[in-house]
Design a protein around this ligand. Sequence first.
Ligand SMILES: *Cc1c(COP(=O)(O)O)cnc(C)c1O
Length: 448
Amino acid sequence: MINKNELNLLRDALETLEQGDTELPAFTPQHDARRLGEVIVKVAERMQDNYPYYHPQYAGQMLKPPHPVARIAYALSLWVNPNNHALDGGRASSAMEKECVVELGSMFGWQGHLGHLTSGGTMANLEALWVASRLHPDERVIGSEQAHYTHSRISDVLGITYTPIGVTRDGRMDVALVENELKKGDVGTVVVTMGNTGLGAVDPLADILALRESYDFRIHADAAYGGYFGLSSEIADDTAASYACLTEVDSIVIDPHKHGLQPYGCGCILFRDPAVGTIYMHESPYTYFSSAELHLGEISLECSRAGASAVALWATHQLIPPVRGGEFAAGLDAGLRAARGFHTRLLASRHFQPIFAPELDIVVYAALAADSQTCSERAASLFDIAAKKGLHLALIQLPADLIADALPGIEVNTDVVTCLRSVLMKPEHEEWMPRLVEILETCAEELG
Ligand SMILES: *Cc1c(COP(=O)(O)O)cnc(C)c1O
């Protein structure tokens, strides 16, 4: 349930914030509290129509509640409403953003890098591919078939040719197919997904890096979802080896609003070589006169941007820094154990068959039936039945040939198979996992 005590912390913090404004004559903005209150109650009623994302029985899409410290800091900063485009719009929040960018980069062993927060992973990837296309003009971008769908669309926007590359049976980009493309001599950039959104598979970064001994190409790591898992002590050794290589890529996207406990509106792009900043050079007749210090808008494609996102992330880093062995990393570990436990239990079920062993915290599983068409129908029905019992899942469509091996004895009579998908990304999922499986089994019994 909602912890309304957080509001006391917000009220106290607003008092402190207000004490910064002592030089001006008193002025308190006025509003009609009665009418405002009526509308706000209406809003609260409208907002009741949502899935309960914060609850452990929400085990569907990649949705994680923000940490209270992020929520309170974000709300607090709305009374200032800073704009991190320029220092004129948000001095303190721009400084906080720069500190956060240093901290995020140091997760990957970087120092002296360039970067900034963005409204999300899509904007961050757009900037990465835009910079890549400036440095490798007229060359192709390649990435896994399981890479985020926006890469091909971003490439379209930028006028770049994007080629999807097949995956191996574990959902990772196929390195042999990557090399086939590199041999053609016109690939400028390889997008390596560190945790793809559908399956949670991590592309084999060490093997792709090794190809740079023979071919000249840029590597962009899309770690929007999976970027934080390098902090985990629970990931498998081969996965950890991929994360260890992140220090050598050219650019990284990580979404604090996915696994970093932030409200939406918080992605991040990092470039290892700060010299790419010159690519962003532009003249703004409106801004940049207040100081010679770096304004974030000088190294960003977006203009106005919520300073509140930086304030919230900064507060979160203060409380639970993104470092190995800390409380933040322990939360990721709990999700990984939840996913593994969920996978193990489904393996033993006569109603379900997991498609992959989870590499991160995503479990994809088929609802068993005689043929793939019926599997798909059962998955869709179970999604609805489970929701009525308060268990919220997600669905994913996968190419039948990708999962045929995982479903021996099932007749494949469709090109794609709809499976169930659960992102077990809340630490509480570890404790709740057995209960989630129990509800699932009950649903499957009911469906007959
Ligand atoms: C979510 C995601 C994106 C897109 O990020 P948004 O923040 O939703 O814009 C890109 N790549 C991967 C791997 C993702 O998981």
